[in-house]
Ligand binder design. Sequence first.
Ligand SMILES: Nc1ncnc2c1ncn2[C@@H]1O[C@H](COP(=O)(O)OP(=O)(O)O)[C@@H](O)[C@H]1O
Ligand SMILES: [Mg+2]
Length: 250
Amino acid sequence: MSLIEIRDLHASVGDTEILKGISLTINRGEVHAIMGPNGSGKSTLSYVLAGRDGYEVTGGDILLDGVSILEMEADERARAGMFLAFQYPVELPGVGGMSFLRGAVNARRREEGEDEIDHLEFVKMVRGKAGELGIKDEMLKRAVNVGFSGGEKKRYEILQLALLEPAFAILDETDSGLDVDALRIVSEGVNALRSDAIGMLVITHYQRLLDHIVPDFVHILADGKILKSGDKNLALEVEKSGYSNFTDAA
Ligand SMILES: Nc1ncnc2c1ncn2[C@@H]1O[C@H](COP(=O)(O)OP(=O)(O)O)[C@@H](O)[C@H]1O
Ligand SMILES: [Mg+2]
């Protein structure tokens, strides 16, 4: 059974229809990339999948492991194994980094019927994974995302991803705000998580991220619709001739 099946999805913000019929199937073990010009609906798709308030599904369906998730709140979807790394990670003043991560991991473990994680074991695990992502200890002591640079926020998102081990991960413009070195570190972090157990949707405006995280499938999104799907070579086509080739043809 497919991990995620998006069927003719229509979604609106207020009176404006933004997603105009999107169909997409993602299996475990697959990495799909969505590319598209600014304003094409990429972030909207990620929010609608994650169940963010303010986005109304007006048609179609989203199935996770064959079950519709439309009636599920965002936190239920997260516990069911969905993870969204935001394009603009939110700051949580007063929420300590370590306790935030521990709370998230324990919520997921409870859902799986597992015991809470041992405190010392958890600290060790976080330090290990944080180190691999170039996240300093001092950053983990601060409130979540408060005073983090753009690149630090993105690394912290990937740390959450690594700790939560979701079944389905959406990365929304994880490359934005990253310099070349940070891009490499973050991409290595993501690639280390690729396995038959996880499906990923990588959203990006630029092709360069896909040099590092090589997708199995690429979809071009414009004006709320998928115009074309293909393999990684489709991303190279976009890099060469831009989006106008696809949007003009449509
Ligand atoms: N909360 C909102 N209220 C009104 N319009 C929105 C809102 N969020 C997104 N939009 C509009 O939806 C379209 C798609 O936006 P978005 O999904 O952020 O695109 P992308 O991520 O591809 O750049 C844009 O025209 C944007 O102005
Ligand atoms: Mg966006």
